[in-house]
Design a protein around this ligand. Structure first.
Ligand code: PLP
Length: 426
């Protein structure tokens, strides 16, 4: 028995499914999850001492690579000064000011400790601001695990949703309308019928939780215009895309100003930090200024914020995103070319330092397209790559990430391994 297998067996006796977040359990791809003991730069090592070139990056935060020395040093220095105060600190102002400077749509910012808290709080705020209850989300987008967001589509376009998780009251889900991603006609229809009821639309403006799906510019323009026309708060959930697709997020790429933005992952540099922010008139409705309650014992943790600030400083170095985007695009193109050499129905794309690999001939434009890809083939490919020392996300429905620590040689090695894996897939 390998050490990974031993640990997995032991973990399952004390932790549900052996994991503290479901995707880590490898349920989708099968097999034994790797218990990681160490990570440095572009690499992780498992409990058996095997090294992987890592394309998960802690599900997004590790844009500088793992354990960047300047981030680690910032954490160490902050820790010595005290782990948590439950009182305001200057560092929190620096963080808010840095986010506001980088994302001009954010006029004010509140820090939290996870992406889930950020989206949950942004929705409560949007409801408090508009005095409306209904929200729109999109099939295939994930925004964390707040009750109102664990909802799947109802029976008809104009009906409200059903819970997608046990424990979510149908009465909560009934305030969430679930629509198809990247379908402007549907959005127009729902706003025409119920526009005055909609408090907010929340969207992953480039989706990374149904593999990688890019909406069209026309769709995003329509979304912005409809929210403005009907007085609904447009929430860009940039927990994954923020500082991942580029220094200005998807809002910069598409030149759209959301009313609220949620952030997480990269802004904590590997430590628990989330944030939500946006229009001043909306943000002023948050307690203690306004009537919408939101709080957190560890919000703005001095140690976590130190990691985030060091990360935000490093990603603003000249050419940081140019290099990273070039490398990620080369990775996606190299993977697609390798697949083509072996006659695989496969496609790939990159947006900034995010990529999608699809076992489908065309790059997907919607959740339905992603669902139509060949999952069984992905799962075999995943295991061949893992055995060869290349750690892709253990699900066909997740985007992947390249970090600044990935060298051209790392990427070439992964493409060479993929070439062999595609040959073996037959
Ligand atoms: N929003 C998006 C777009 C995400 O990808 C995630 C997590 O993957 C979340 C929200 C939830 O963030 P967290 O896992 O930090 O609660």
């Amino acid at each position: 028995m390998s050490r990974n297998e031993e640990l997995f067996a032991r973990a399952q006796r004390s932790i549900p499914g052996g994991v503290n977040s479901p995707v880590r359990a490898f349920r989708s791809v099968g097999g034994t999850p790797r218990f990681l003991s160490r990570a440095q730069g572009a690499y992780t090592w498992d409990a058996d001492g095997k090294r992987y070139v890592d394309y998960v990056g802690s599900w997004g935060p590790a844009i500088l690579g793992h354990a960047h020395p300047e981030v680690v040093e910032a954490v160490q220095r902050a820790a010595v000064d005290g782990l948590s105060f439950g009182a305001p600190t200057e560092r929190e102002i620096e963080m808010a000011e840095a986010l506001i400077a980088l994302l001009p749509s954010m006029e004010m910012v509140r820090l939290v400790s996870s992406g889930t808290e950020a989206t949950m709080s942004a929705i409560r705020l949007a409801r408090g601001f508009t005095g409306r209850d209904a929200i729109i989300k999109f099939e295939g987008c994930y925004h964390g695990h707040a009750d109102c967001l664990l909802v799947k589509a109802g029976s008809g376009l104009l009906t409200f949703g059903n819970p997608s998780s046990g424990g979510v009251p149908a009465d909560f889900a009934k305030h969430t309308v679930v629509l198809d991603y990247n379908n402007a006609a549907q959005l127009e229809e729902v706003f025409a019928a119920r526009g005055s009821e909609i408090a907010a639309v929340i969207i992953e403006p480039v989706a990374g939780n149904m593999n990688l799906v890019r909406p069209s510019q026309a769709y995003m323009d329509t979304l912005r215009a409809l929210c403005t026309k009907h007085g609904a708060v447009l929430i860009f959930d940039e927990v994954m895309t923020g500082f991942r697709v580029g220094i200005k997020g998807v809002q910069g790429l598409y030149n759209i100003t959301p009313d609220l933005t949620t952030l997480g992952k990269i802004i904590g540099g590997g430590m628990p930090v989330g944030a939500f922010g946006g229009r001043r008139d909306i943000m002023e409705k948050i307690a203690p200024l306004g009537a919408v309650y939101q709080a957190g014992t560890l919000s703005g943790s001095p140690v976590a914020v130190a990691a985030g600030l060091a990360t935000l400083r490093l990603i603003q170095q000249p050419d940081f995103y140019e290099t990273l985007t070039t490398r990620t695009t080369a990775f996606a193109n190299g993977m697609a070319a390798a697949a083509q050499r072996h006659g695989q129905a496969f496609s790939a794309q990159a947006v900034g330092a995010m990529f999608g690999l699809y076992f489908s001939a065309q790059v997907p434009q919607s959740f339905a397209d992603v669902m139509a890809s060949d999952r069984e083939r992905f799962n075999r490919f995943f295991h061949l790559m893992l055995d060869a020392g290349h750690y892709l996300a253990p699900s066909a429905f997740e985007a992947g990430f390249v970090s600044a620590a990935h060298t051209e040689a790392d990427i070439a090695a992964t493409i060479a391994a993929a070439d062999q894996a595609f040959a073996q897939l037959g």
